[in-house]
Design a protein around this ligand. Sequence first.
Ligand code: MG
Length: 401
Amino acid sequence: MPKPVTIADVQVILTQPGKSRQAIVKVTTSEPGLYGLGCATFTQRIFAVAAAIERHLKPFLLGRDVDRIEEIWNMSMVHGYWRNGPVLNNAISGVDQALWDIKGKRAGMPVYDLLGGKSRGAAHVYVHADGDSKEEVADNVRAYMEAGFRYVRIQLGGYGGKGSPMSKPKNAPPGAYFDPRDYARRTLEMIEHVRGQVGDQIELLHDIHERLAPIQAVQFAKDVEPFKLFFLEDALAPEDIAWFRMIRAQSATPLAMGELFNNPHEWQLLIQERLIDFIRMHISQMGGITPARNVAIFADMYGVRTAWHGPSDTSPVGHAANLQLDLWHPNFGIQEWYRPSELDYAIFPGLPVVEDGYLYPNDKPGLGIDIDEELAAKYPPADIIEDWTQTRLPDGSPARP
Ligand code: MG
């Protein structure tokens, strides 16, 4: 038996080349020059994830056999006894993705080949069009269409909208205010307008971002049905998922859900009862490639497709991991895509590229992505207190962002 390759070090690299703070895990091995990268980005609590990795996971993992991904994932999950929380899931994901990267490099294969091989050569993506007016949103959609995109998410004034007339109490604290009913009314008008302007040859999506009360979400899914969305995202908060039965019974609007999910209980019921059409976890938030692979296979048995979470608060390493999954699983639906900056591409060589609405891999072994650590260090994460998640209803009470 050859001597196993073992984990020699687990480093956390924190960087912020754009608006989101990112956590990358680098696992180095007993074999000189062999290392893997993984995404552990929980941007709002990035320093807690770093501490979980450095103080808890790293001492537990040093010296372990890098080939035993399943064992390491399961033991990491139960070793803290309390589990399925966002900080620890992200920490475990950083290591898990890095181990898949290492296994691919050792095998000389991209991760999609380790998973079973390609079902497709590239992944369809959707991009975000926002605007302060319905006319501006329509213009932005047209610009995307001209650039070759065929799937566009449309929002009016950001999540929950903005600029609604509202009368707040005179002692209302500062915050990101929105009015759910006004948001729903104006968004329906916007979607009708955009569909009328751009026709049927483009797929439109919308993200409610859990901004409506459950019964308002039921109404919205019915009202938006004539405009034939590709999907309606996060119609409900994870705490309200039992309401999906009501939406399903009353509308044929395709539903996507899952970016906030941490715990298998949250996705099991929705898939088994066929209450949604697209499952879309944040891969690092659920614990990495290992659990995502399991969910993709599980969802396939129930006709549910994937749409993994992929905005700018997924790191480039996380986007590379998303793409490996997208290329492999037969039940791929769509991939959310941000538009990386030149700096993102400079810090992360191998970050996938979009051409004509498709995301392409570079077919290198492992995840196919690397990091320029010196350049990343020039953009350290800022000490900020997030504003956009300090969400309030018109009377000042806290709301889900
Ligand atoms: Mg979303």
